[in-house]
Write a protein that binds this ligand. Structure first.
Ligand code: PMP
Length: 454
């Protein structure tokens, strides 16, 4: 924001911002006051092109009147209904619609309020499933290095971003992590899915559970089909398929965390569809309501749900888990309206149709100073920078700030800039995102602005 801005800033003493350097933010606030289509309006009246669909969560673009109307009407009709032991018809309709959008067979839907809650719910369902089936010793959970599964205790335990975990002690016991599939030395500047090495990499999972664990003690493996928060890590061909085979062989549940990859991001409904691998459980959130009302969902295979129904004692609560706001009416209304938009506008197909153009634009940044790798899939791209000794993340952070100044919202995570625009993005806007990003990178590198503390 320019120093000469006449805008009156809010009192910023009370709000403790999440995942933000609060002290830095106060010295350089970045505030939005409106949004429509693919643009935000900043508090100083600038149009900022949304290169990230909010936090990956606004696939249908901002300010959709269909969703606003559905939510507003719902609020005036039935604002709330108790979520436990009673419900409302829209919850069942929303579940039916989500089930129809999921890959075949994953049609039993548990509603949550976020991606983090979806991850913890999925892990709890996996653990409870083995217990209800008489296998209480299947109680270990496996995640991956650099995996991100939200911020609740289950999610940070199976998650592999050390920075998100080490501030809070040890978290859950009985958790292990397998290797992250990123191999820049081999695959730098690969367009789309790396061709080789997927099966060998997945075989390391089998090796690890055979060497360090008894596979019959493993409840579940959780992976993001494409790791978003780790900085856009696209798995090599064959990797997820082989993980699926190994999980099936050893009776381990495979969970796909599709909080980012769900709802069209890869040019298919889910990452499961893109990679043609069906997990046992899918988690989602974000795009489910186009980001406007907090809502997540966990889809489980019918057999898993049936096991709870058939094996729990008669009359018992089959899963002692849930939230006051599970399937809150306005979230159900928002989800149905969002799914209507997806059906009418075929946003997944739109994303698929734009992905080659987007890929070309992203890879046009190859050769710019500091650019170490570019990765992409669907409408996601990650630009990874060389690490500056002692200043991890500084180049990406400075580039993010420069882009904001130049009217583009990008995301930084570690030494990576991630781009994930609304699926309603136009080609000229794709050009603008990457041209601006190129100018920002050149300017930051030339000015030595990387001295900024991230
Ligand atoms: N899982 C994945 C893969 C995510 O990317 C995210 C959020 N970026 C989450 C879980 C957590 O979602 P939320 O912030 O809604 O809790």
């Amino acid at each position: 924001m320019s120093q000469s801005s006449p805008i009156k800033l809010p009192n910023m003493s009370n709000y403790w911002m999440p995942f933000t350097a609060n002290r830095q933010f106060r010295s350089m606030p970045r505030l939005f006051k409106a949004a429509k289509g693919n643009y935000f309006t900043s508090i100083d009246d600038r149009q900022i092109l949304d290169g990230t669909a909010g936090l990956w969560c606004v696939p249908a673009g901002h300010g959709r009147t269909e969703i606003a109307t559905a939510v507003g009407n719902q609020l005036l009709t039935l604002d709330y209904a108790p979520a436990f032991q009673s419900s409302h018809p829209l919850a069942f309709e929303a579940a039916e619609r989500v089930a129809a959008y999921m890959p075949e067979g994953l049609d039993r839907i548990f509603f949550t309020n976020s991606g983090s809650e979806s991850a913890d719910t999925a892990l709890k369902i996996a653990l409870a499933y083995h217990r209800v089936c008489g296998n209480p010793l299947r109680n270990k959970l496996i995640g991956r290095e650099r995996g991100y599964h939200g911020v609740n205790f289950g999610g940070i335990a199976v998650g592999g971003i050390a920075g998100n975990r080490k501030a809070f002690g040890n978290g859950l016991a009985g958790v292990d992590h397998i290797r992250n599939p990123l191999d820049i030395a081999k695959n730098a500047f690969t367009k789309g899915v790396p061709a080789d090495g997927g099966v060998a990499l997945a075989n390391e999972f089998e090796q690890r559970i055979l060497t360090l664990h008894d596979p019959s003690t493993i409840a579940a493996l959780i992976v993001e089909p494409m790791q978003g928060s780790a900085g856009v890590v696209v798995p090599p061909a064959g990797y997820l398929k082989r993980l699926r085979e190994i999980c099936t062989q050893y009776g381990i549940l495979l969970i796909f965390d599709e909080v980012i990859t769900g709802f069209g991001r890869l040019g298919t409904k889910f990452g499961a569809d893109y990679f043609d691998v069906i997990p046992d459980i899918i988690t989602c959130a974000k795009g489910l309501t186009n980001g406007v009302v907090p809502m997540g969902a966990v889809a489980v295979k019918r057999e898993i749900y049936d096991a709870f129904m058939e094996k729990s004692p008669a009359g018992a609560i089959e899963l002692p888990h849930g939230y006051t706001y599970s399937a809150i009416p306005i979230a159900c209304a928002a989800a149905i309206a969002t799914l209507n938009i997806f059906a009418a506008e075929r946003l997944e197909d739109r994303a698929a149709g734009l992905s080659a153009y987007f890929e070309q634009a992203a890879h046009s940044l190859k050769g710019l100073p500091m650019v170490k790798d570019i990765r992409n899939i669907g409408l996601v791209a990650g630009i990874e920078f060389e690490v500056i000794a002692g200043k991890a993340g500084a180049m990406a952070f400075a580039t993010y700030l420069k882009c904001f100044e130049m009217g583009i919202h990008v995301r930084f995570t570690g030494d990576i800039i991630a781009i994930s625009p609304p699926l309603t993005i136009e080609k000229h806007e794709i050009d603008r995102i990457f041209n601006t990003l190129a100018d920002a990178i050149k300017s930051v590198a030339a000015a030595g602005e990387v001295g900024l503390d991230a």
